[in-house]
Write a new protein. Structure first.
Length: 78
């Protein structure tokens, strides 16, 4: 897993905004049986976004924008 897709907005699947964060930003919390992160909702909302289910996997340019935003080097070829 390279990154996580976080969605905001939309109604019945329409108008959904997808935002990506690097997998390394998440830590599994066994006590809560879920993932935790130190990033804020604002940081996620400001991250590069793409729209619609037909674009769930962004192209190379969008993936590079995500890495640039989070200031993480890409993991292998993108």
């Amino acid at each position: 897993v390279t990154y996580v897709d976080v969605t905001f907005g939309g109604f019945l699947g329409l108008g959904v905004h997808h935002h990506t964060i690097p997998w390394e930003k998440l830590t599994y919390d066994t006590g809560r049986h879920g993932y935790r992160t130190a990033i804020t909702e604002e940081q996620v909302r400001d991250a590069p976004a793409f729209y619609g289910d037909d674009e769930v996997w962004p192209d190379k340019k969008r993936e590079q924008e995500m890495w640039d935003y989070w200031r993480e080097p890409p993991r292998g070829p993108i």
